[in-house]
Design a protein around this ligand. Structure first.
Ligand code: 3PY
Ligand code: MG
Length: 257
């Protein structure tokens, strides 16, 4: 069985709460991991976080309990392989629009014969010291989550979820709204209907549905859980920092008026 608690939760459809890193600094990972998130994903799709940056982030999480995950730059064999070698125990693959693309993401994350991941000494096997043990366990441990972010992906959600090795899906509400021509309107009924269709398909396939609550509120979290989403990203480091910084300054300005 898997030793990755996030993969286990994905397969059992039990809730986990993660968060999102856009600033590729080990200190950010230390702060967020210390806060107790189940998993933390570094976003390499929309930021300057590269392999070295992700390595730092993973080091910041080390020993603090959060499972290091990565939203890879793109659905690409090398982009996935390098992040797994650097310390990711799960990949979140953006813009997956078909079963074929989902299969490619799974193959990139798994060692042969299940996939095409290359073998090497790396940080993940303690530079070869735990090579055999890591190679034996990795295919069971690496979580693969594909992102549903387009109308096209919603239309073929059943085929995507039928792909062996897809442990769950993660809705990108912003891209999804954009694909319907209503960018940013993540609460629009069209987007909500699409999200519900994805969630229902996950229930049918016994896989986890995930979503990013970029600005989480307690009502939003309660609603998301009640809707049946279990793989939930709360916030973003930059949003947390900005909100807290503005709130303190606003309070100070008001007091000094
Ligand atoms: C989106 O909303 O498109 C995202 O990728 C959020 O993570
Ligand atoms: Mg997106």
């Amino acid at each position: 069985m898997t030793t990755n608690p996030v993969r286990k939760a994905l397969l059992e459809r039990t809730p986990t709460f993660g968060t999102w890193i856009q600033l590729g600094h080990a200190g950010i990972a230390e702060v967020l991991a210390t806060a107790g998130y189940d998993w933390i994903a570094a976003d390499c799709e929309h930021t300057d976080i590269d392999v070295r940056g992700f390595t730092e982030v993973a080091r910041g999480m080390y020993g603090r309990g959060s499972v290091p995950m990565v939203r890879v730059r793109e659905n690409d064999v090398l982009a996935i392989r390098q992040m797994l070698d650097a310390g990711a125990r799960g990949v979140i693959v953006p813009l997956v629009n078909s079963a074929e693309e989902a299969g490619a993401a799974v193959a990139a994350a798994k060692y042969p014969p299940a996939g095409v991941r290359g073998f090497a000494f790396s940080r993940m096997n303690d530079w070869g010291v735990r090579f055999d043990e890591y190679c034996r366990q990795a295919n069971r441990d690496i979580a693969v989550v594909v992102m549903i972010e387009s109308r096209r992906a919603v239309e073929c959600i059943d085929e995507i979820l039928a792909v062996d090795g897809v442990d769950g899906v993660f809705i990108g509400p912003y891209d999804l709204s954009g694909s319907f021509g209503i960018p940013g309107q993540t609460d629009h009924p069209t987007v909500k209907t699409a999200c519900a269709a994805v969630r229902d398909a996950c229930v049918r396939h016994g896989k986890s549905a995930g979503i990013h609550l970029v600005r989480p509120t307690s009502e939003g979290i309660a609603r998301t859980l009640a809707e049946g989403f279990t793989f939930i990203a709360l916030g973003v480091d930059t949003v947390f920092l900005g909100q807290a910084a503005r709130a303190a300054l606003d309070a100070a300005r008001k007091k000094s008026e």
